[in-house]
Design a protein around this ligand. Sequence first.
Ligand code: AMP
Length: 189
Amino acid sequence: MLNIVIFGAPGSGKGTQSARIVEKYGLNHISTGDVLRAEIKNGTELGKTANEYISNGQLIPDALMIDILASVFDSFKDSKGVIFDGFPRTIAQAEALKKMLKERGQEVSIMLDLEVPEDELMVRLIKRGQETGRADDNEETIKKRLVVYHSQTAPLIDWYKNDGKYCHINGLGTMDGIFADICKAVDAI
Ligand code: AMP
């Protein structure tokens, strides 16, 4: 299996590039943000809990996220591989992902870190908020999400470097140019 972690700050283009990777490599896609937004839309108990964290720019507790991830992963049958989009976001989640995959005879093949400067992230997210109405894409919540990214999620860069899976991708440029860099990295695995 080809298991890809697509990583980066909010607004770095993970969702956009994931869709292209899924199409080209025939992978299953897990976007934990999309899973949570669907729960909110359906008004489930999980959705109500998730909404309190998301609207405040905070992360959902690890134990809950790890259970959700395993159940989505196990729902895929005869998968060629999975792209993990928005997971892991903490060291505990990265460790849990490694353990979960190992128990299933799998591992992360590569971690793609889409790097985009902070001022550009702000511009992209505010634009997305205006275009899509996504509730957490407002200036106040974006700022909180970026603080959370730096304190809880960015340490995963060193974690994946130590694990030998890290690959830097310049996330500034055209969508096609960035996708070409991603394909080069994936094809070299
Ligand atoms: P995203 O769509 O990936 O930007 O996620 C939107 C929000 O969902 C985040 O700001 C978090 O509140 C929550 N979320 C998504 N994925 C995770 C995760 N792996 N761990 C904790 N919270 C998450």
